[in-house]
Design a protein around this ligand. Sequence first.
Ligand SMILES: Nc1ncnc2c1ncn2[C@@H]1O[C@H](COP(=O)(O)OP(=O)(O)OP(=O)(O)O)[C@@H](O)[C@H]1O
Ligand SMILES: [Mg+2]
Length: 315
Amino acid sequence: MHPPTAEVIASGINVVDFLARPPAGVVAGGKYETPEMEVQGGGPASTAACVTAVFGHATAFLARLGDDPISRLSRSQFAQAGILPDHLIMAPGERAGVSMIQIDRASGERTVFYNLHDYGWIRDEDIPLAAIKEARLVIVDGYDTTAALGMLRAAASISCPSIIDLEHGETGFVHECISLASDVLLPLHTARATTGQDTPEAALRALAEIGTGQMLVTDGDRGSWALTPDGILHQPAFETRVVDTNGCGDAFHGGYAVGLLRGWPLPLRMEFAAWVASRVATALGGRSGIPDRATLRNELHRFSPALQAAASSLP
Ligand SMILES: Nc1ncnc2c1ncn2[C@@H]1O[C@H](COP(=O)(O)OP(=O)(O)OP(=O)(O)O)[C@@H](O)[C@H]1O
Ligand SMILES: [Mg+2]
């Protein structure tokens, strides 16, 4: 048994993404050299975990993986991102998911094909209760419902902060997640589907009827909104030269998590999250663009004075 060492424990769908931005003029049946091609780990909570790891927070990911090529690739991606292997459970015959993502050169639109054959879904007994007691933050997405509910219930029972990212889900599940999490960060389309409200403001107010946590919604390059006691706070997206917005939402959650762990106030958490997300849009794939220290130093001048001061202390 490893001693519990992780500050952050994340879990959710765990996939290996094969991404390509094919050349213009593709015709079905042809064969094309495609210089812009990437293979990397993906998944909302798993990519958010890579961001907390990059910014110096000991981070573990809970997943069940076998020893097939896809699972080995997934393990090596976690290792490369600095994710602790403590909660990567060896489960022969089970594996990570695979997804093929095609990015349209003209519109930036993504077409995703995915496969979850023999996927290693988390079981109730896998939830690392002792490690969660030692952790400072739990991050989950909604694709593995056992992992999400198990982790959120454990975190809530000891008042450990928790961030959720729900892209869709059955109503009862979504409501329970929202009521358990300390920080509810949803894409606007999920907030709309959950609340029946159209605008960010109305959706946020309706979410606050379901749970007591900090409510936030994101909407691509229109930015993000949070509900505060003084009203609605809007954080614009950072302007950037967009290559691929795959993973912007995931990275936003990771950047917000870093701010939460640092004890930053809400406006700084949102600003930093928006910046991390905008960097991810500059490269193919959800992880290639995750900024490092050097990028942070080069871009500090784009931050508000308060975030400049706070971010200068990041390791
Ligand atoms: N084109 C963009 N340029 C700059 N920032 C962006 C862009 N798209 C998204 N972002 C940033 O990322 C945040 C989250 O994006 P979005 O609302 O698209 O998440 P999502 O729907 O969960 O995306 P994903 O498909 O990555 O999960 C936005 O609030 C914004 O700050
Ligand atoms: Mg998302």
